[in-house]
Design a protein around this ligand. Structure first.
Ligand code: SF4
Length: 406
């Protein structure tokens, strides 16, 4: 829905799309049984120009059929309810469903993935698709966190991104969300063609004025095949100057830190205790369930992704067939390198040697001792003996550092 979420769309740009003072742990260390579930809802009012997610506009008439298929897929994969610590319903735009469809979805998810006490249940929402009745349905259905895709308060930037909401929709949606939920988040995108540092700082101020405890700031990426990518290829749109994008990113780190929202992942900032626990599962490379169109799951060290073709998904599930597309069993070395790369994204937690060993069965040094040493020497990483983490300098070259670990 925004600029990243499910990790296996592997190795999102460090500042691309794509959840503690006390940084919370994933709560899954050492466990092979998923304690997290992702559910995908692909419907959108309109396809945004930069979007390469499994999302589509103009298919709302298939929503009821899709919900039946989702229920079948959960029954097929799980056979019995699986208690979890975190649930994340993403998209697409889950709140594109009408109130009764949303209620049906939440009830099915609550049945198959009962949330343990203290668990986190997030739903992504778009300002233009939210209203009081849907907020009420979410709240009654057990959701306790909402992630709102604001992206920008600058009308020309929303236009370039082809978002179909207006800047003034955001405060309205935040009012509704705040009235029902203690935990909520805003997403913003920087690096938008035509934007300046001033536009971006104004976006941040408008977001901060709404009082979020969690803010995601994604750097815009021109994903192959998207409308924005084509516009760039045709010369109709030009990426902003790298120095401006760098300045926007640097400004966000400083401004958000001064507002008490500390960076805990390359693109994510939160007050202590307000981190997105579900995304922390991805960044610790812990297992998770995933159902729905294009959804990824990671169970028993097998990464699998469902088809992204809606009709194929529906027909396969309706015929009792598995809608899985590509899947891959990760060998120990590959799993360990992925784990390192993902954990390094956690700018506070970093890669804790003990956690790493417990998760992967191998030592950090045996996997990447040489690369780590090189980046520590260059000042991109810091090592206190217990953990290794990205320095501020390293955060700016994270794509290169993470690629080196692979
Ligand atoms: S709202 Fe836009 S960016 Fe989000 S999934 Fe839909 S099309 Fe993609």
């Amino acid at each position: 829905m925004k600029g990243t979420e499910q990790i296996p769309e592997r190795y999102h740009s460090s500042r691309g799309k794509i959840q503690a003072g006390q940084v919370v742990s994933s709560g899954t260390s050492g466990s092979h049984t998923p304690r997290a579930a992702y559910i995908h809802v692909p419907f959108c009012a309109h396809k945004c120009g930069y979007c390469d997610f499994a999302s589509l506009a103009g298919s709302d008439h298939l929503a009821d059929r899709y919900l039946v298929a989702l229920e079948r897929e959960m029954a097929m994969r799980l056979s019995e309810p699986r208690p979890v610590d975190t649930i994340f319903i993403g998209g697409g735009t889950p709140t594109r469903l009408d109130a009764s469809q949303l209620a049906r979805l939440l009830s099915a998810v609550a049945h198959w993935f009962p949330l343990d006490a203290g668990g986190e249940w997030t739903v992504e929402a778009n300002p233009g698709t939210l209203d009081e009745s849907k907020v009420e349905v979410l709240h009654r259905g057990g959701v306790n966190r909402v992630s709102l895709g604001a992206q920008s308060f600058h009308r020309p930037s929303l236009k370039v991104l082809e978002r179909n909401h207006d800047p003034e929709d955001v405060p309205k949606a935040v009012d509704w969300v705040r009235s029902a939920f203690d935990r909520w988040s805003l997403d913003l995108i920087f690096g938008v063609p035509g934007s300046t540092l001033e536009h971006w700082s104004n976006d941040l101020e408008q977001a901060l004025a709404l009082g979020p405890d969690h803010l995601s700031c994604y750097g815009l990426t021109f994903e192959k095949g998207t409308l924005l990518w084509k516009q760039q290829a045709d010369g109709a749109v030009h990426a902003i100057d790298e120095d401006v994008e760098y300045a926007q990113f640097a400004y966000a780190l400083d401004r958000l830190a001064s507002a008490g929202l500390r960076q805990y992942e390359i693109s994510n900032h939160a007050r202590p205790g307000q981190e997105c626990r579900h995304n922390l599962v991805y960044w610790s490379n812990a297992p998770y369930f995933g159902v729905g169109l294009g959804a990824a799951r990671f169970v028993d060290r097998v990464r699998a992704i469902n088809t992204r073709d809606l009709m194929a998904y529906l027909k396969r599930v309706e015929a009792g067939d598995d809608p899985t597309g590509p899947s891959e069993q990760l060998e120990t070395d590959e799993f360990a390198r992925e784990t390192l790369m993902l954990m390094l994204r956690r700018t506070q937690l970093g890669v804790n040697r003990q956690e790493f060993q417990e998760r992967t069965g191998v030592s950090l040094e045996s996997v990447a001792g040489e690369s780590l040493g090189r980046h520590i020497q260059r000042g991109n990483l810091e090592d206190d003996g217990q953990k290794v983490w990205l320095t501020r300098q390293g955060i700016f070259v994270a794509d290169m550092v993470l690629a080196d670990m692979l």
